[in-house]
Ligand binder design. Sequence first.
Ligand SMILES: Cc1cc2nc3c(=O)[nH]c(=O)nc-3n(C[C@H](O)[C@H](O)[C@H](O)COP(=O)(O)O)c2cc1C
Length: 198
Amino acid sequence: MAKLAVIYYSMTGTNLKLANWAKEAGEEAGADVKVLKIPETAPASVIEGNPAWKAHTEEAKSIPEVTLDDLEWADAIIFSVPSRFGNVPGQFKQFIDTTGGLWAKGKLANKVVSAMSSAQNPHGGQEQTILQLYTTMYHWGAIIAAPGYTDPVLFEAGGNPYGTSVTVGENGMKENVEAAVKHQAKRTISVAKALSHL
Ligand SMILES: Cc1cc2nc3c(=O)[nH]c(=O)nc-3n(C[C@H](O)[C@H](O)[C@H](O)COP(=O)(O)O)c2cc1C
């Protein structure tokens, strides 16, 4: 049974939705799946002053925070993070910068990794955010399982070959990406199973 960690960061809930779709598909594919959130680093006073952020923090209260043990446990990891000026959120970077010890022991090598993202504008940095994330994954020695154009659902979801991404407006997601997320998750698990001898 492949072990899949779906690790997300979200301020207003979009990336949790993407993560949950990935979880559903992972379980359909027979994987053991954990959805885990990246620990918040923003000051509580800032979150308190932003109603949408505060509401999502409350919504996600029961979701466990990712730990280094979860990274070691997983055969495959799907990250889902919103764009921040074309890059990953600081919260993600803060967590990733605690993985040096695992990396030094070779514990992150050969993880099968795939990534998803969101931004407010259709060309607001989704692709670049995923590529920035993958740069770090190359340093881990991870195997990147990008969706490419391996299924027609990709064309209905904005056509990002690096990983599913979505545009988010005031009323939520502007594209229907559920099928693309599910395809990406199943493909990630297939790659992990194919490489299980590594
Ligand atoms: C500090 C900051 C920087 C952002 N930079 C961009 C940007 O450059 N382009 C863009 O389209 N959206 C940008 N956004 C919007 C977020 O990407 C968007 O709110 C997020 O994808 C929603 O995901 P979530 O609901 O999971 O938090 C930014 C948001 C914040 C808070």
